[in-house]
Design a binder for this molecule. Structure first.
Ligand SMILES: Cc1cc2nc3c(=O)[nH]c(=O)nc-3n(C[C@H](O)[C@H](O)[C@H](O)COP(=O)(O)OP(=O)(O)OC[C@H]3O[C@@H](n4cnc5c(N)ncnc54)[C@H](O)[C@@H]3O)c2cc1C
Length: 390
């Protein structure tokens, strides 16, 4: 139990002594690691900056698997501890993509539904920053309407045979495994969400092929992953056969409300503010910066309040959808605002080239901010229904 968040304002700050100490130590780690290994701050690093060595160093320093119980090799801390660490990593633009999905989604999934053997085998590796996973949910005809997924799993001796195709599988070309949502019972049109199961499929298994989907700026983060008669052992089934839909949706609040829905462009915003603070600025420029930061801070308070609700075991699906809708729209707006404000940074400023490069990446990635993790249009429907709309 954290002490020191007695007032409602203090609760929004996530500054209890224990969290402040953790924040200082992750900041020290990031500064020292960057000084030694020379990585550059990047926007949207959680999707695109894959660095397995960084993840192993982060894990080795004790900053991964924070919410994993100690009996499974983790640190036995809470969601707010993880929030503080991920927030600092995103602010620094650190190369966090390799471990991102394993630490954010696979670990809680295994803790909630995995077998004892899976937990003992995989969770210590996630904590150490040595196990990387992709997520295989979306298909060419099944994105927002995920229940239309047709990848199928058929029972066989000692396991399952998988056939099908997943798209947008971020990092599947580099990860060790992919969590696949597949139909284990043929479609029943009256109960479309029934009959799904989850499988942890090694990406080097026979019959798995990973083809790149290259972004318009040449970046390769996405893939199309095809499964042709892939044997998956029973030991790699996550949770109960037939419970896949419930398992996938139960974790969405964690996925949608995190700091990565607000801070994808933070290194760019912070870089701009640092550059502007080196020179005199007029009132209009100062007001625009103030507006940007005020929006960022209020969104952050909303996101922290969801993390607190989840820590208390409360359901926060609606608030999480709200964070993602408002947060990712802010991320997109911030790209446009920074592009304007960058013109006010001295042309001779040493910061200009790095800021321009980050801006170009942010522009290329910006359309995806409101799509990934469920599109904002669909989330607005979730919010309205959660408020009682029939
Ligand atoms: C950067 C990025 C990373 C991703 N990573 C992964 C990953 O690792 N693994 C994975 O499985 N998937 C991943 N995805 C896929 C993502 O989850 C889907 O793109 C998303 O769910 C939308 O599906 P879709 O692209 O098929 O669009 P569609 O569902 O076809 O939607 C098209 C348009 O129609 C709108 N629309 C659809 N239904 C409704 C409705 N009911 N009401 C109002 N509007 C509607 C949508 O808002 C959208 O604008 C990623 C996507 C992006 C952009």
């Amino acid at each position: 139990m954290l002490v020191g968040a007695e007032s409602s304002f203090a609760a929004l700050c996530a500054n209890e002594p224990e969290l402040s100490v953790l924040r200082a130590s992750i900041r020290d780690f990031v500064a020292a690691d960057r000084a030694e290994f020379g990585w550059q701050p990047a926007v949207d690093a959680w999707l695109s900056q894959w660095d397995a060595d960084f993840s192993a160093r982060l894990g080795g320093a004790g900053f991964l698997g924070l919410t994993i119980p100690t009996e499974y090799g983790g640190h036995g801390l809470g969601h707010l501890h993880r929030y503080v660490v991920t927030e600092e990593l995103l602010l620094a633009g650190a190369p966090v993509a390799a471990h991102w999905f394993a630490d954010r989604q696979v670990a809680p999934g295994l803790l909630a539904y995995g077998t004892e053997e899976q937990r003992r085998r995989i969770l210590p590796e996630i904590t150490a920053g040595r196990f990387f996973s992709a997520i295989g949910m979306s298909e060419p005809q099944a994105g927002s309407d995920l229940a239309a997924a047709t990848t199928r799993a058929v029972a066989t001796d000692g396991g399952w045979i998988l056939n099908g195709r997943k798209v947008w599988s971020s990092g599947a070309h580099l990860a060790h495994a992919i969590v696949v949502l597949a139909r284990s019972t043929p479609l029943d049109t009256e109960h479309r969400h029934a009959g799904f199961s989850q499988f942890l499929v090694p990406l080097d298994a026979d019959g798995v092929s990973v083809e790149p989907i290259v972004m318009m700026d040449g970046g390769h983060h996405f893939n199309e992953t095809t499964f042709t008669d892939v044997f998956v052992a029973d030991s790699e089934v996550i949770g109960k056969i037939g419970d896949g839909w419930h398992q996938v949706t139960a974790e969405l609040s964690f996925e949608r409300s995190g700091p990565e829905r607000i801070l994808s462009t933070a290194p760019l915003i912070l870089g701009l503010i640092r550059a502007l603070s080196q020179q005199a600025v007029d009132e209009r420029t100062a007001a625009e910066v103030g507006d940007l930061v005020a929006r960022l801070i209020s969104l952050r308070q909303l996101s922290v309040s969801v993390a607190r609700a989840l820590t208390a075991g409360e359901s926060a699906a609606n608030q999480a959808a709200l964070v993602k809708d408002l947060g990712t729209r802010f991320e997109q707006d911030s790209v446009v605002l920074v592009a304007d404000l960058l013109d006010y940074v001295d042309a001779n400023s040493a910061a200009q080239p790095a800021l321009r490069a980050m801006l170009a990446t942010a522009r290329a990635h910006s359309p995806a901010f409101t799509l990934r993790g469920g599109t904002n249009e669909v989330l607005r429907g979730v919010i309205a229904r959660g408020m009682g709309l029939r």
